[in-house]
Design a protein around this ligand. Structure first.
Ligand SMILES: [Fe+2]
Ligand SMILES: [Fe+2]
Length: 214
């Protein structure tokens, strides 16, 4: 087998490994400890527990999408000048994924069953955006992060006041996502027009509604 063929096989195994790690629980390791670590659990009634689990499941699916988006992009984008920055952002998304997963377990719940479908769709979108060009690719990251930040702010308002664990996780995620979005624009990402952002909001609305329940 030629060198080229081998490296392609290696790459495909690496890509498949990322997919499996993201879609299987406990497959990833966070680089940073969860912001919730060391904080005591609050007493939630059944209704509150279910609501918080629904919100955390939505955030978890968002992080699954982030993994897929970065993976799809990495496959097709050139991004020569911002590769390191993007890789760093992708690493932080793994932290978010693991923190949400862990919080879901603590709430006696589980990730969404629709995650494989959202993974596939986000991967395809990332690959297309990456193939179109770096400005679009980075613009897509910026517009996505803007949507994610809106969700996070909304969820922070909805969390029960004394659910400190969930709150600390979402606060750190919000800080990270805002930075990812700003960096993508500073690196030359296109600021997408309002109709495109509205279409993205509509699709993410489908994701949040389905992941909250299933
Ligand atoms: Fe994230
Ligand atoms: Fe992000």
């Amino acid at each position: 087998m030629g060198q080229r063929r081998l490296s392609l096989v290696d790459r495909l195994i690496g890509e498949a490994d990322t997919v499996l790690r993201t879609l299987s629980n406990r497959g990833n390791q966070a680089a940073r400890p969860s912001p919730a670590a060391g904080h005591s659990e609050t007493e939630l009634n059944e209704g509150q527990r279910k609501h918080v689990a629904g919100l955390m499941r939505v955030n978890h699916t968002g992080e699954v999408c982030a993994q897929a988006l970065y993976q799809g992009q990495a496959l097709t984008a050139r991004l020569p000048t911002v590769r390191e920055e993007m890789d760093h952002a992708a690493e932080e998304e793994v932290d978010h994924l693991v923190w949400c997963e862990e919080r879901l377990r603590q709430l006696d719940s589980r990730p969404s069953l629709f995650n494989p479908a959202w993974y596939g769709l986000s991967f395809a979108i990332g690959a297309v955006a990456g193939a179109v060009g770096d400005k679009v690719s980075l613009g897509f990251v910026a517009a996505t992060e803007e949507r994610v930040c809106n969700h996070l702010k909304d969820h922070l308002k909805q969390l029960p006041e004394d659910d400190r664990k969930s709150r600390l996780i979402l606060q750190q995620m919000l800080e990270d996502e805002e930075r990812h979005g700003e960096n993508a624009l500073e690196a030359g990402g296109t600021d997408f027009p309002r109709p495109v952002k509205d279409a993205m909001t509509a699709v993410s609305g489908l994701m949040t509604k389905s992941s909250y329940w299933v």
